[in-house]
Design a protein around this ligand. Structure first.
Ligand code: ZN
Length: 107
């Protein structure tokens, strides 16, 4: 079973463990970077404490931390961090959920 793609040789789990101890490598077998992208941009490396808490965090917490990492990556890449801020992918656009205008104000 040597079905290797153009991906790396470390499994996501190995990658996470190595990254946690300060040895970020990428890509992993899924073709992914480290959570903080420090494998590609060393200066984005999270403090060890934060890395350890990521490893131990549940999926929701991890996703929240990844959003922050994406913002840092975008900023570092010279892009405006549109990932965070105005756009919230999990929500429908405002037009589809705009409440009817209320005029409760009386003179
Ligand atoms: Zn990388």
């Amino acid at each position: 079973m040597t079905s290797r793609r153009e991906h790396g040789t470390v499994t996501p789990d190995e990658q996470l463990q190595r990254w946690a101890v300060g040895d970020p490598v990428c890509p992993n077998t899924a073709g992914e970077c480290c959570p903080d992208f420090s494998c590609c941009r060393p200066k984005l490396l999270w403090p060890e404490e934060k890395r350890r808490s990521f490893v131990q965090a549940d999926q929701r917490t991890r996703e929240a931390m990844l959003v922050g990492a994406l913002g840092a990556l975008s900023a570092d890449a010279g892009l405006r961090a549109h990932v965070i801020g105005n756009h919230e992918p999990n929500r429908p656009p405002p037009t589809s959920r705009t409440p009817p205008p209320r005029r409760g104000r009386r003179p």
